[in-house]
Write a protein that binds this ligand. Sequence first.
Ligand SMILES: Nc1nc2c(ncn2[C@@H]2O[C@H](COP(=O)(O)OP(=O)(O)OP(=O)(O)O)[C@@H](O)[C@H]2O)c(=O)[nH]1
Ligand SMILES: [Mg+2]
Length: 336
Amino acid sequence: MKIKKFRGKTILEALKKVKKEFGEEAVILSSEQIKTEEGTICEITAAIEEEEIKIKDNFQNFNTKAEKSEYKFEDYHSIKEEILEIKKMLKQILNSQFKDISYLNLVEKGIPPFIAQKLSTANPNLTEFISKALKQKGSVPNSKYQVFIGDSGSGKTTNIFKLATWYKYKHDAKVLVVSLDNYKVGNNYQTKRLAELLEVDFEILDLEELKEVEPILDKYNYVLIDTPSLEKRLLINDLEDLILGMPFLRFQWVVRATEHYEYILKQWEKIEKLPVEGILLTFVDRVYNSLPLFWILDERIPPITFISNGERLPEDILKAEEDIIKKLILKDIVNI
Ligand SMILES: Nc1nc2c(ncn2[C@@H]2O[C@H](COP(=O)(O)OP(=O)(O)OP(=O)(O)O)[C@@H](O)[C@H]2O)c(=O)[nH]1
Ligand SMILES: [Mg+2]
């Protein structure tokens, strides 16, 4: 990083000098009025990453050469685009450092207190902090039997079908969707129609029937089990009974990304006894501020497996790779 002081009669004049030498990407560290013999002047201390300067110089060299027609028009455009892309990436990297990592500042910005506590004492390099937290959680096996549980309207049914299509086309797998949701009159007709349209095998069963059909589920690579809303139509005790009979079942918890983290942690306490393998995070497209989403790094919570970022079926689903999670939760970091 290069740091330099710039002086001018007015703040504007000093700023112009900063812009001329360091370009648009300069970071202003401080500005102050200084009394001299010639009167009061303004002094700005600015900083810039060395790479930014190189890029800026290269860009100017390039422009000069381009003006002299040493490059073809097409070259000029593709190289310019590449440089802009690199600049954007650098900006993102620079922005992923907190300027003020005090606990109160982090909480004020929306970071959950239990994460803010760790961040304010740990290495403030955010990308490293996130990678470490995600690695500690480990990776999730793609279990054959996955039961999707969650609040009413959290996106269980929709996203099970997105996932069924995902496994079918990405893994060339044989997938069965089982619905234990036989409470909704009329709804199952729509779900059946959806299964037909997406060419996914589909069965509606109750808890007892599920135990009985177990032997015929052998021919499938994945059995994705949809459930009615938790606590309203399906009790946690029912699920505990179910796993006594079918101990190989694994659970995916479907959670709306727009929920408050305190509510999520409360819900988690209720279901943590179940073999919950991962979280399917939905309604990510409706997240207004990404910073409260730092709760997903908490070590008590299972890892995120998939992310649903819209209503379109089957395409609005992403596997929760490290880079995707980073992009998601660092989206609003510029506000810090
Ligand atoms: N914007 C947005 N809408 C979503 C997302 N996931 C699901 N939805 C919509 O949310 C609504 C409820 O989704 P469902 O899949 O029926 O939710 P559910 O959890 O099965 O609901 P219940 O069966 O009533 O418990 C539907 O209109 C979906 O299209 C998402 O990631 N983003
Ligand atoms: Mg449903």
